[in-house]
Design a protein around this ligand. Structure first.
Ligand SMILES: NC(=O)c1ccc[n+]([C@@H]2O[C@H](COP(=O)([O-])OP(=O)(O)OC[C@H]3O[C@@H](n4cnc5c(N)ncnc54)[C@H](O)[C@@H]3O)[C@@H](O)[C@H]2O)c1
Length: 252
């Protein structure tokens, strides 16, 4: 018997990095997982890894900037597996790295649309499905940059602060209907997102590591386990929380 037997989880951005590890962690605990991503190749890789480990998963091509696509993602959970218990709204991008006034409107909007509007769009469809399943748990992937600023990343920082506010508010709204809504705030984690931001060259990486008192980056599994805990019965009185998993970064 595993703790999430007979449950169903959706993970956005599950074709890579933190989302992939989270989808695998849900499956390892017995949940059937809807693996959602714009990247079909990465999504197929996640499904294969889950199935190879004896779990159940389905890929759905879903773009969190597209309303119909997100609706279809949630419908897939219900049509394939009959219910929705857990959602990890994780899809995100880093965006352009420039001082605030140098960002174009499009650069600003792209990051906000994926990282903030995408989480709201996901919640919009997940909550009704969870209410049909007598409750559930939403975990939004924020960041330490939802708590503190970071130079040349104002759209990203604003989007993640927005996710934290959205999390707290939705938590209050659904607390009496059996739905908990929390966020995880990771420090810098070793994923392709860092490479996309040019932070994978050895010097830059050393500098980023040194920002964490543990003097290292986090691993995807260290974030996935926080998501699993927030969805577990052990977190039954935890809602509206932003769980920071950052090797001490924000304690400074
Ligand atoms: N890596 C870090 O240091 C770090 C730190 C804090 C928070 N986060 C957050 O964790 C989340 C996952 O990041 P990661 O590091 O695993 O990155 P990643 O690049 O490895 O994975 C992100 C995934 O999201 C998918 N994606 C991008 N745009 C999408 C869209 N419009 N619709 C659906 N899927 C989309 C990508 O295809 C990719 O598979 C993001 O929200 C990110 O902001 C990452």
């Amino acid at each position: 018997m595993s703790q999430f037997d007979s449950t169903v989880a959706v993970v956005t951005g599950a074709g890579s990095g933190i989302g992939q590890a989270t989808a695998m962690a849900f499956a390892a605990e017995g949940a059937s997982v809807v693996v959602a991503d714009i990247d079909a190749e990465g999504g197929a890789e996640t499904v294969s890894a889950i199935e190879a480990a004896g779990g159940a998963a389905t890929f759905v091509e879903a773009d969190v900037t597209d309303d119909d696509s997100v609706a279809n993602m949630v419908e897939t959970a219900v049509s394939e597996y009959g219910r929705l218990d857990f959602a990890c709204n994780n899809a995100g991008i880093g965006g352009a790295q420039k001082p605030t006034a140098d960002l174009s409107f499009d650069e600003w909007e792209q990051v906000i649309d994926v990282n903030l509007n995408g989480v709201w769009r996901s919640i919009k469809y997940e909550i009704p499905a969870m209410l049909e399943s007598d409750g559930g748990v939403v975990v939004n992937m924020a960041s330490i940059l939802g708590k503190v600023g970071f130079e040349n990343a104002s759209a990203y920082v604003a989007s993640k602060h927005g996710v934290v506010g959205l999390t707290k508010t939705a938590a209050q709204e659904y607390a009496q209907q059996g739905i908990r809504v929390n966020a995880v705030c990771p420090g810098f984690i070793d994923t392709p997102l860092l490479a996309a931001g040019g932070l994978d060259d050895p010097e830059a990486r050393k500098g980023i590591e040194a920002l964490h008192p543990m003097n290292r980056l986090g691993s995807v599994d260290e974030i996935a386990s926080a998501v699993v805990w927030l969805c577990s019965d052990g977190a039954s009185f935890t809602t509206g929380e932003t769980l920071t998993v950052d090797g001490g970064y924000t304690s400074r």
